[in-house]
Design a binder for this molecule. Structure first.
Ligand code: AMP
Ligand code: TRP
Length: 326
């Protein structure tokens, strides 16, 4: 079975775009692959974090992943910092990457231009991400388009290491979902729905009250026409509602358009579909929140399984590069 690995940072809330664009695929992938999913808390440290908030959002994100259907019997679910081998391999990756390569990463350039404090970790972040992936010999890495460059670097580092020291790492492939999976902001349908707090009415958090979520859909910006047609350029708001309805019900947005002659019924159906997706997630999330020790036990088992894979690989790497073992 191919091995799949992905990671998500515990920063901010998890929204409908994350679910429909990424996390839903994680759930589906776990039945056809040997899958590993990790909450990358060490990546969150690249920018300043409040300790109490980080602690809470890490646990909450793990519970959300379980609530959406990541099944610990099918997948290895763990917290990155529980498997210290990632950091040891990250140092090796930092020494495998060149300064020039890291400096060319567009995410670093964008983030470092606007940040007040640019940590060394923000610069070396892609080496840690490469370690997360290579330590498990992952074949496929489902990520958003914004991570394409980091994946390319990961591949280059694997190839370089293999050619210097002999075959050690699998060279992974990025699995980037098709553009259709992009969920747009409900108030500004030409921008992506996102974690930032600027548009609370445009973003549906997975833990939003169901009535609030339905109202956000019903108040979504459309346009002054009345025709329902899937045309993301000319009709971004209406097309976004069709995409959301389609992604929630497993239908094609173009086909759905022909069922509607007015915006009202489309909004009502999209709101119902979102509520029906969120309802079971929130029910399961509430159960998990009431049983923190249960969640920690699942994460402990996940970390144990992950370490059993990571430790022998790290040992091999150390041997290959000439570190003295005892
Ligand atoms: P982020 O929230 O940017 O850390 O992204 C986590 C994952 O969710 C990545 O795989 C993103 O590509 C995906 N994602 C984030 N926002 C959206 C969106 N509006 N529509 C679809 N996928 C998204
Ligand atoms: N950098 C990724 C992001 O910002 C998160 C991430 C860290 C990741 N390690 C990973 C994703 C390993 C996939 C595989 O979204």
């Amino acid at each position: 079975m191919p091995r799949v690995l992905s990671g998500i940072k515990p920063t901010g809330k998890v929204h409908l775009g994350n679910l429909l664009g990424a996390l839903q695929h994680w759930v589906a992938d776990q039945y056809e692959n040997d899958s590993l999913y990790c909450v990358v808390d060490l990546h969150a440290l690249t920018v300043p974090q409040d300790p109490a908030t980080l602690h809470e959002t890490t646990l909450q994100l793990a519970q959300i992943l379980l609530a959406i259907g990541i099944d610990p019997e099918q997948s290895t679910l763990f917290i990155q910092s529980h498997v210290h081998e990632h950091i040891e391999l990250a140092w090796v990756m930092e020494c495998t990457a060149s300064f020039g390569e890291l400096r060319r990463m567009t995410q670093f350039k964008d983030k470092s231009e606007t940040a007040d404090f640019v940590s060394g970790g923000l610069f070396t972040y892609p080496a840690l991400m490469a370690a997360d992936i290579l330590i498990y010999d992952a074949d496929k890495v489902p990520v958003g388009d914004d991570q394409r460059q980091h994946l390319e670097l990961t591949r280059d580092l694997a190839i370089r290491f293999n050619s210097r020291y002999g075959e050690t790492f699998v060279v992974p492939e990025a699995a980037i979902p098709k553009a259709g999976a992009r969920v747009m902001d409900l108030q500004q349908p030409t921008s992506k729905m996102s974690k930032s707090d600027d548009s609370p009415q445009g973003t549906i958090d997975l833990l939003d009250d169901l009535g609030v979520a339905a109202r956000k859909i019903k108040r979504a910006v459309t346009d002054t026409e009345t025709e329902v047609r899937f045309d993301p350029v000319a009709k971004p708001g209406v097309s976004n509602l069709l995409s959301i309805l389609g992604a929630c019900t497993g239908q094609n947005p173009e086909d759905l358009a022909s069922n509607y002659t007015q915006y009202g019924p489309l909004k009502a159906d999209a709101a119902d579909a979102v509520v029906e997706v969120l309802r079971p997630i929130q029910k399961r999330y509430a159960e998990l929140s009431a049983d923190q020790p249960g969640t920690l036990a699942i994460l402990g088992q996940g970390a144990g399984k992950a370490r059993a894979m990571a430790a022998p690989k790290l040992r091999l790497v150390k041997e290959r590069i000439g570190l003295l073992g005892i």
